[in-house]
Structure formats: structure tokens, C-alpha cells
Design a protein around this ligand. Structure first.
Ligand SMILES: Cc1cc2nc3c(=O)[nH]c(=O)nc-3n(C[C@H](O)[C@H](O)[C@H](O)COP(=O)(O)OP(=O)(O)OC[C@H]3O[C@@H](n4cnc5c(N)ncnc54)[C@H](O)[C@@H]3O)c2cc1C
Length: 425
């Protein structure tokens, strides 16, 4: 039974995606009252993230030790991330196992985003908190001399909250309300359509059996070459009637495309790309995998963008957006907790509390993490683009040489894992 939306709360989290849910878990763990709302009927189920890194698993584990274990049990542990060229020669193979000394999650977990969100929602609701769906925030204003916010919903309700968490995604309404700009970190201009945007197609497909052996079922593989990336990420399918998830040729494909693809590409469109530049397309050793069924498909454009401040997103390369969102959300819950305590102590002792400093520290830290991640993702996107010519050849040769060095491999695996970004306490 869903309780109606209350008229006031301490914290209102707008958006029940991974960032909002992570913040909700963090607040619940600290027993801070909150309300979480989302404009959707119920959570996302479109094909988006598939890679979860150690940093997000570790961060969730600080709140609920069983949660990461449960996610791991319904995902595939990709112990290596392999990049091959059109002739299927290994360009480089990143060994995530090299970070085993620092984490028990020394792999990238291949798990669809909707499954991660589903489990996080169960934990939020298990703690006795409703998620209020179908609640689109349409207006926000400061009230009570700036000590509260008043949020108005499309459905007519009004809610006041002391803190508002803008976890409402890359097209955030709240960000605009707060006057926070979304800027291209390289041009420093407002992020918007540009010539460096990448178009790609994401599709969940079932491949026909037998699956050719050049399409690994236990790890992520990225094929680069002229025309764009072909990335295959195996996933476990839903097990029938309570059975554990099955490894049944279910794959998420990320296909770079030079032009604007159809809104929801069909099997023929996807197969044509695989035939032209997928595994088996340029080798006589293996056939091209055949698509038996398309379960879901959509198109995306990506561009780097960073908010100019975190108080008051991302290309899929590197699998970082959802991970960062989860870590942002958990760290924000911690900052809100510190902020409340500081205000309480100041009131008790009759001193002034430095409201701005705590939130600024959060903003500075998370923004610097985001900037570093964008740099890494941009470098990886250059590799993904492939292409012909000396530039592309040199990039690949340098990477091939660098990844021969165990130290370089370990450093890069550490970067991808996001473990170095955790807040120092
Ligand atoms: C194709 C693709 C592949 C990706 N692959 C990866 C990957 O492998 N690994 C990875 O880590 N990341 C990946 N990402 C990025 C990841 O999907 C996003 O970074 C992540 O979803 C961001 O989470 P979020 O909670 O911040 O926002 P969202 O997931 O966008 O959630 C925002 C929520 O806010 C709600 N909302 C919006 N406006 C309002 C409003 N006015 N009122 C109420 N609710 C509102 C929305 O309905 C939505 O539910 C990928 C993204 C794409 C597009």
C-alpha cells in the first residue's frame, strides 16, 4: 500500500534512478527522514548501463553488505576487458584482476541497469520508505526566508522540504531552477549538440546457437575499426519462475554509427552492422553471430558535460555514469547528515554554523571526480571511434605497448574501477 505524498519532509529526492536511490539508501541508513519521487510510472527499463565497477559495489556495501553480493550473483564477472581489431587481433586486454589486493570486486560486473535499480528499490522500500511514482516536479521556490523549498507537482500536490536532491537526470529540471549550468568541460560552453557528438545504438539481443567462439560469453569485448565500435556485453537472462538467471546468449550490443540511426533499430539494421564490422566479419575462422531476437533497442547521442557546481553525465565508454551517480548519491547523504548535525550543534551552542562549507566540500570533491572521469572516458572514446589513418594506428600501437606493462595495466584497472575516488575520511 502506497502512502500519499506528505506535505512536508526533511529531504526530498527528485528522481529514483541510481543516483536518487543511492542517496535514499544513504539517508535511510542515517535515519534521516526523506521522500523520494519520480515522474515515471515505475522505474526505467530501457537498455542503458551494463557495466558496474568496484567503486559502486564497495559504496553500496558500506550501507548494506548483502546488496553488492546479491547484484554480483545475478551478473557476469568480466575479469578482463578486451579490445580487438577487425582482424580479431587483440589490441589490448585489461586485466581487472590486477586490483584484487584492493577489493573483492576485482572485475567489472556485467548487469543491466534496470536490475541494479530494481534491487536498490527493494532495499529502499524494505526500509519502510515509499517511492512516489508519477510525481513530476514542475516548480520549486524558496520559502520561509530561504530555509525551506516548496515543490509543486504536475499532479497538484505541494511539498515543502529543507533539502532538495536533484537526482533528476541529465536533462534536470532542478538544475535549471538552481541556475546550475551544464557545460562542455573542454570548450567551456553550454553543453549542446555539437560536431563531436557520437551516435550509437544500444540493443539487447538473443544470438542464435551455436554462439561463435569469438563472441565471449564471460566478458566484455570491444571491436574497433573503421566505422565505429562494436561492443558485445553478455548478460544473464531472467530465470523462469524463481530459477537463477541463465546464461543463454543474451547480449547487450553497443554499436557506434556514423549517421542518425532509426529510433528503435530492428534485427535487419543491427545484423547489417555486425556483418560489416562485427566479430567474424573480416575473418574466415569464425562466422558472424546471428541475431535470433531483438528484445529492446534504442539510439543515443553522447557528449561530455559537467555541471558548473554540484550543490543547490556521460558517454557509456568505461561504464562510469551509473557508478558515479551511485557514489555521488551516497556521499551526498553523508554531506546532508554532516550539515544537519552542524546546524543542530550551532543552534544548541548559540554559535553560527558554516552551512556553505560542508556542501562546498562535497561539491568540490564530486566535481573533481567527474572531471577526471570525463577525461578518461573521452580518451577511451577516441579509441572506440577507431578510424583509419596514422592517428588511429598510432593510438592503438601505443595502447598495445602500454598494456604489455603490468604496472600500466594495474593503474588503468584501478582508474576504471573508480576506487581511487572514494572520499578520504
Ligand atoms: C546507452 C547508455 C549506456 C550507458 N552505459 C553505462 C554503463 O555501462 N555504466 C555506467 O555506469 N553508466 C552507463 N550509462 C550512464 C547511466 O545510464 C546514467 O549515468 C545513469 O542512469 C544516471 O543515473 P541518474 O540516477 O543520475 O539519472 P537517471 O537514471 O536519468 O534518473 C533520473 C530520474 O529522474 C526522473 N525525473 C526527471 N525529471 C523529473 C521531474 N521533473 N520530476 C520527477 N522526476 C523526474 C526521471 O524519470 C528518472 O527516473 C549509460 C547511459 C546510456 C544512455
Amino acid at each position: 500500500m502506497i502512502n500519499p505524498l506528505p506535505s512536508s519532509t526533511e529531504v526530498c529526492i527528485v528522481g529514483a534512478g541510481p543516483s536518487g536511490l543511492a542517496c535514499a539508501l544513504g539517508l535511510a541508513a542515517r535515519q534521516i527522514p526523506f521522500v523520494i519521487v519520480d515522474a515515471l510510472e515505475v522505474g526505467h527499463n530501457s537498455s542503458r548501463a551494463v557495466l558496474m565497477q568496484a567503486s559502486a559495489l564497495e559504496a553500496l556495501g558500506t550501507l548494506h553488505p548483502l546488496l553488492p553480493e546479491e547484484l554480483v550473483s545475478v551478473g557476469i564477472q568480466s575479469k578482463t576487458l578486451t579490445t580487438i581489431d577487425l582482424q580479431e587481433r587483440i589490441v589490448f586486454r585489461l586485466r581487472m584482476t590486477d586490483i584484487a589486493a584492493y577489493t573483492k570486486y576485482a572485475f567489472s560486473l556485467l548487469i543491466p541497469q534496470h536490475r541494479v535499480e530494481h534491487r536498490m528499490r527493494e532495499y529502499v522500500q524494505g526500509g519502510g520508505n515509499n517511492i512516489h511514482w508519477n510525481k513530476r516536479v514542475t516548480d520549486v521556490k524558496e520559502v520561509d526566508e530561504g530555509s525551506q523549498y516548496e515543490l509543486r507537482f504536475e499532479s497538484g500536490e505541494v511539498l515543502t522540504a529543507r533539502y532538495v536532491v536533484a537526482a533528476d537526470g541529465s536533462k534536470s529540471f532542478l538544475r535549471s531552477f538552481a541556475g546550475i549550468r551544464f557545460i562542455d568541460p573542454y570548450t567551456k560552453k553550454e553543453a549542446g549538440p555539437g560536431k563531436n557528438d557520437l551516435s550509437f545504438v544500444v540493443a539487447d539481443v538473443l544470438f542464435a546457437s551455436p554462439l561463435p567462439s569469438n563472441v565471449p560469453r564471460d566478458g566484455l569485448q570491444m571491436m574497433i575499426g573503421a566505422g565505429g565500435v562494436v561492443l558485445t556485453a553478455p548478460m544473464l537472462g531472467e530465470g523462469s519462475a524463481g530459477a537463477p538467471p541463465q546464461n543463454n546468449n543474451l547480449f547487450r550490443l553497443y554499436l557506434g554509427v556514423p549517421d542518425t540511426p532509426p529510433r528503435s533499430p530492428d534485427a535487419a539494421y543491427l545484423q547489417a552492422i555486425l556483418d560489416a564490422r562485427g566479430p567474424g566479419s573480416h575473418s574466415k575462422l569464425h562466422p558472424v553471430p546471428q541475431i535470433a531476437k531483438v528484445l529492446d533497442s534504442s539510439r543515443y547521442r553522447t557528449r561530455p558535460a559537467l555541471v558548473d557546481r554540484y550543490r543547490t553525465s556521460m558517454a557509456p565508454a568505461g561504464g562510469q555514469g551509473m557508478n558515479m551517480g551511485i557514489c555521488d548519491g551516497i556521499e551526498l547523504a553523508q554531506a546532508i547528515d554532516e550539515h544537519r548535525r552542524s546546524a543542530f550543534n550551532a543552534e544548541k551552542s548559540g554559535t553560527t554554523h558554516d552551512a556553505v562549507q560542508i556542501m562546498d566540500a562535497y561539491s568540490t570533491h564530486r566535481r573533481s571526480v567527474a572531471a577526471q572521469v570525463i577525461d578518461m572516458v573521452e580518451s577511451m572514446t577516441q579509441v572506440e571511434k577507431g578510424g583509419r589513418g596514422w592517428g588511429a594506428y598510432l593510438r592503438v600501437t601505443v595502447l598495445w605497448a602500454v598494456f604489455k606493462l603490468p604496472f600500466a595495466n594495474c593503474v588503468f584497472a584501478w582508474k576504471i574501477s573508480g576506487l581511487g575516488h572514494a572520499k578520504k575520511t
